[in-house]
Structure formats: structure tokens, C-alpha cells
Design a binder for this molecule. Sequence first.
Ligand code: NAP
Length: 449
Amino acid sequence: MGPYPHSFSALQLSTMKFSTAAGALFAISSSASTVYGFAPAPSSLTARALTFSSVHSVREPSRRSHIASFSNRRTTISMSAGTFNVGIVGATGAVGKEIVGCLEKRSFPVNGLRIFGSERSAGKEVDTKFGKVTVELFSEEAARECDVVFLAVDGDFSLKHAENICAGDDGPVVIDNSSAFRYKEGIPLCVPEINAETTKGKKLIANPNCTTAIGLMAVWPLHKLFGLTKMVMSTYQAASGAGQPGMDELVEGTRSVLNGERDVAENKIFAHPLPFNVIPHIDKFQENGYTKEEMKVTWETRKICGLADDFPVSCTAVRIPTSRAHSESIVALFEKPVDVAAARKALEEAPGVKLRDDPEKLSYPMPLTATGQYDIEVGRLRKNIAFDNALEFFVCGDQLLRGAALNAVIVAEAMIDNGSLKAKASVESYSPDITPTLMPLPPTCHKSS
Ligand SMILES: NC(=O)c1ccc[n+]([C@@H]2O[C@H](COP(=O)([O-])OP(=O)(O)OC[C@H]3O[C@@H](n4cnc5c(N)ncnc54)[C@H](OP(=O)(O)O)[C@@H]3O)[C@@H](O)[C@H]2O)c1
């Protein structure tokens, strides 16, 4: 499956321009391909609120917004487009950086991008396709000026600030990557391909735990087909699940062992040295012997899929010395007898899923092939021989994308589509005085992989 190149199907060929104070991001797309690029803005544009337009709106310049629709090859979400002032808190971190990348690659209609950080990064400049952005010291007041704010900090930060940022009719939509609000009643926990409708009319949305989001992308189509009754998952999770510091500890630790400085790497982030090791411990141990990471899979599967509060899901979460993309071995038990061919077809047709399942050609999901991809990979699909009506399969997904940044950006797109995310700034019509330079989309956005 392809990783969601937008095909603006409302227009056979559309030219869109998103100009910011610093420049214009544009996309030219047809149903077959999309190219986009960034052009520095002429000074005459720098003081303007933005422009989002298309061939359609050039013909009808009085229109203040237009209906575009984009597809991820199998699902089509129609979007009442305006342009949006977007804020990201934590864009110097592992998830935040990817949010910037997803906004760029998906041609999210950005009017202006503001990046907020702590004193550690305030004042630094970040190069984006929307222009150079100077990191601002976070304040609730500044964040409230945006239309949508992505939080990519920790749970304590979100608990303190998220509700204040989105409070009132004039507060922006907040999409939070931490676990702070995931289990709070009334706050949607959203994987858009499963439960986008829960975001309608809401201001604060929780983005799910990365392991859960990746696994459910594969489990959901099978649940719709056969009716899930139980799930057992074992995970193999990358160092970057612990953020940039986790990635750094793996790289530095591996280097220190390989160059003979140390016999065993140092550890600060992980409970034990991660290089040349696996650690069956992620997050805090709970009274029932599971870790919090494991219980997140249980709690979040129930909430996202609308299952009973006691629905049986069990997980063992293990950290392994890979850099990026989580892997999961899943045994799913179903109400109905399973049919592998039907399961395969459902997975092939599921948005955001790539079936990589040709063992004879040594083709199956792996972190190396899933890294940087928008689709999660599913393979090693087989009838489980220990249980009735059960399928066993292996899933890999880029947890910084599907498990965080990409999911969050698709949530925002779904909220544009259902009218819950609205632009405060007025939208001007097309400005023909920009000569954009075309740039091909990165390969990961074109092809299914
Ligand atoms: N890593 C994953 O795979 C993953 C997956 C799903 C969800 N998540 C969740 O996403 C969130 C971010 O995780 P991460 O892995 O990206 O962490 P990270 O790499 O450690 O980044 C944390 C970010 O938070 C910023 N920050 C810290 N304190 C701040 C403050 N007081 N004000 C403003 N910004 C502040 C940091 O910016 P400064 O440099 O300016 O301090 C940094 O950009 C966490 O809640 C995590 O649980 C992570």
C-alpha cells in the first residue's frame, strides 16, 4: 500500500499553493502522482496571512475556501480546506521532528508554522519547507494563537498545559502525543482509520501509544472480518521509542563497545545496557506484574476498538537494540473460523497497511523496511496451531510515524474534514506572483513499500 500521496481528486490536476510568511509550499497532483516544492516568498507576501488555492479557486477567486479531497490510495477523505496556523511543542525531539516532516510531505495546508520548546532550544532555528522557523519559548498564550497545536513533550507537560491551551471557543485543537489523556472519558483516543468520527466537535485529542497504534492497523481489518475475541502480543521495540535520548544512548553505547572503550555500554535511559542485549521491561511495573507499556496495549485496544472494559488483551513488551520501527508478534483469536486468503485480502485492502508476506522470496516485515514508511507492514500470516479460530502474524511499523507523528497529522486532517478544526485566520485568494520550483516528493511518499 502506498503511503498516502494526496491525490486531489476533486480536481483532475490541481495546483495548490500554501504560502507562509517565509514562502510557499505547493503541490501539483494528479490521481497518479504528486510533486511539490517550496519557493521563497517575494517580500510583497511576507506580511500576509496565507494563501491556499487551486485551479478551482483561481477560476472562482471569490471563494474563500475550496473542497479538495485527498486519498491514501484506498481511502478518500474529503477536506474542506482552509489554511491553518500550526504550532508544535517539542519539535526538536524525536516525535516533533517527524510531525514537521509529515506536515511537509502531506502538504498539510499550513498558513504559518510556530515551534515551541524549552529554554534548551528557544532561539534555535529550524529549517522547514515552510521557511526557517525560530523556536519560541513555550507559553500557553502563544500556543493559543494557533489553530491546531501538536504536543510532543511528556505527560506531565501535557497534564499541566493541554487543557489550558484548548480552553474556550477560541482555543485551538490540541493533539497530544503523551499518555496523559488517553484513558480520560470524553477525550478521543484516535487512530483515524479506525475511529476518526470520535474527534468530531472535540478540542483535545489523545494520540495512542505507538505499539498499540501499529498493531491495531493490522488487527482492525481482521476484527471487522472475523470478530476479535482475544489478543496476545509480544513486542520488539526500538530505542527511539524512548525519544532522541534513547536513540543517542544506543548509538553512543554501541560505539563505545565496538571501539574497545567499554566491555558493556553505559545506561541512563534504559534499565540496562541496550547494545547487544534485549530488555523485557518498558515503563514502570504494575501490581499485576505487567509493565505500564504492556497495559497501555490492553487499555488502548479496548478504547480505540470500542471493546468491553474487560476485553482480554495481553502483551509482553521488549526493548531491542534497533534504532527505529517497532515489531510485534500477534496471536489474534476470533469468533468466526479464520480464512487466511480472506485475511490476506482484507489486509491488502486496508488503508495504511502493506502486506509483505512472501516467505519464499524472504519477504516479511522488518524494522529496516518499515522505517520511514507511512504504511505498517504485516506478514508471516498463518493459522495459529495452538488455538481454534486464531491467526498469527508479524507486524512492523515506524513508531515515530504511524505510532506518533503521522497518526497525529492524519487526526488533524480528519478534523478538518469533519469541521472540528477550523482556521481562525482569514484565507485570501490565489496569488499568481510566486514562481515555485518543483521538487519531487520523497520516494517514501510515492510508492508502496
Ligand atoms: N518516541 C516515540 O516513539 C514516541 C511514540 C509515541 C508517542 N511518544 C510520546 O511523544 C512525546 C514526545 O516524545 P519524544 O520521543 O519525541 O521525546 P524527546 O525526543 O525526548 O523530545 C521531547 C521534546 O520535548 C521538548 N520539551 C521538553 N520540555 C519542554 C518544555 N518545558 N517546554 C517545551 N518543550 C519541552 C523538548 O524540547 P527542548 O529541547 O526545547 O527541551 C523536545 O523537543 C512523549 O510524550 C512520548 O511519550 C513518543
